[in-house]
Design a protein. Structure first.
Length: 142
């Protein structure tokens, strides 16, 4: 089995870390919701350039109703996540907000078991337990 997913996941983690640092620095003196809007415009523009450069534009006529429903729900969840994340960054320390945000790891695993019929191994459950413990330690820090 290819490990390419792991390198893409590491790249995602790196860029997520940069997102927190850049956002925290850029939020000073502006509304977090408006900052999220600006961020979204930048993402749309960057993706349009990327899709054009790589020739990955495709017609949406072949999308099923299921594709549309879940892509729209994913987009809405992303938007709400970003709004909450930027507000949390505006109010708290990046070094605390980002790890608590990553509690999504645990929530994804639990939802994947319930909705996607995935079966994490014992090792994965132990790792998720450690993530949960780490989040609690950071969240309860005084």
């Amino acid at each position: 089995m290819s490990h390419a997913w792991f390198y893409w996941a590491l790249a995602s983690a790196l860029f997520a870390a940069l997102t927190a640092i850049f956002a925290k620095a850029g939020l000073q003196g502006i509304d977090s919701d408006f900052a999220t809007f600006i961020r979204t415009l930048v993402i749309v523009a960057a993706l349009a350039v990327f899709l054009t450069y790589t020739g990955k534009w495709q017609g949406v006529g072949g999308f099923s109703a299921r594709n549309w429903v879940f892509l729209i729900l994913s987009g809405l969840a992303t938007g709400f996540s970003w709004l909450a994340y930027f507000k949390a960054l505006q109010l708290g320390n990046a070094s605390q907000v980002a790890p608590v945000d990553k509690f999504s790891l645990v929530l994804v695993a639990l939802m994947a078991v319930v909705f996607l019929d995935e079966h994490p191994s014992a090792q994965e459950w132990i790792g998720l337990g450690l993530v949960t413990a780490g989040v609690l330690v950071l969240a309860l820090k005084h």
